[in-house]
Design a protein around this ligand. Structure first.
Ligand code: 13P
Ligand code: SF4
Length: 299
């Protein structure tokens, strides 16, 4: 199947992008693997005619916004991030009326519609830097309350208003699960994604995006880690660090939507060129602006 994918990729000038949460065999077959910020940058720079995006819908949608003339295909078009819908346009309008200088900061894990109502996008690897760089004192951070709270702690000079959304996968990790794992591996360092709840972050030795966690584990002198994020990162962690050990809270955090990206689905989508991502023309420009502002401010 891999050789068929390779052949079709060359024939059609297609490129495969995969998030670190995609299944191992998909990461292995991809041309580029990374966190959501890296993948947005790669999508923007791509010279391919077809981008096959192995992630969830907001990722494919962001790639399409940045590349309106390219075909962006998703192996499984229903792969979605529930958190991307957890903010409301009405609340954004209400906040804008309440604060004259409000900046609406939108985590990239959001629908194009929500992006079109926002001033700037961020990802977990650049949110602190971008919020610090904004001239606005009042920030409405959507949709993730956990990343928002983490940013607020790092940027105390701003008034960051939180929204009631979160990642159901990261929010399910409990302090009890983490403490159980720590009891089994007392020397292990705890590395967590900022989408985790406050008590998990409070117990952590390091907090960062998937790419930051992977970079930290490689540089660290420790050889045992408890990883509080989706277990798809394990493929890269064990490939880069064959002598280190990685443990996860039980049950392992697993994003079912990310796991819909299979080799079979990739082959089928390159063959049929179906499952094309499209963005409604009425919101396209409005949703692109905050993404471009993110790429500019994160430089
Ligand atoms: P990253 O920004 O680390 O890629 O995380 C994206 C995500 O969906 C986390 O759940
Ligand atoms: Fe969305 Fe959570 Fe899945 Fe990331 S892990 S894509 S935030 S549901």
């Amino acid at each position: 199947m891999k050789s068929q994918i390779e052949r079709l990729k060359k024939e059609k000038n297609a490129v495969i992008l995969a998030h670190y949460y995609a299944p191992a065999e998909v990461q292995e077959a991809a041309d580029y693997v990374g966190d959501s910020f890296y993948l947005a940058k790669i999508a923007k720079q791509s010279t391919a005619d077809i981008i096959v995006f192995c992630g969830v819908y907001f990722m494919g949608e962001s790639a399409k916004l940045l590349n309106p003339d390219k075909k962006v295909l998703m192996p499984e078009i229903t792969a979605d991030c529930p958190m991307a819908h957890m903010a409301s346009e009405e609340t954004i309008d209400k906040m804008r009326k309440q604060y004259d200088d409000l900046a609406v900061v939108c985590y990239i894990n959001s629908t194009a519609k929500l992006k079109s109502k926002s001033d700037v996008c961020v990802t977990s690897s650049n949110a602190v830097k971008i919020v610090k760089a904004l001239p606005n004192k009042n920030i409405f951070f959507i949709p993730d309350k956990n990343l928002g709270r983490f940013v607020a702690e790092q940027v105390p000079e701003k008034n960051i208003i939180l929204n009631d959304g979160c990642c159901p996968i990261h929010a399910k990790i409990t302090a009890e699960q983490l403490k159980n794992e720590k009891a089994k591996h007392p020397a292990a360092k705890i590395l967590s994604h900022p989408e985790c709840e406050a008590d998990i972050l409070g117990l952590s030795d390091y907090i960062g995006s998937t790419a930051d966690i992977i970079a930290y584990a490689a540089k660290s002198e420790s050889d045992e880690f408890i990883i509080c994020t989706e277990d798809g990162v394990n493929y890269k962690l064990i490939t880069d660090n064959p002598n280190k050990r990685f443990y996860y809270p039980e049950p392992h955090p697993c994003c079912a939507d990310m796991k819909l990206n299979t080799l079979e689905a990739i082959l089928s989508v390159i063959q049929a060129e179906n499952n094309e991502v499209s963005v409604d023309e009425s919101i396209r420009t409005g949703a692109l602006l905050p993404l471009e502002k993110m790429l500019e401010l994160a430089k």
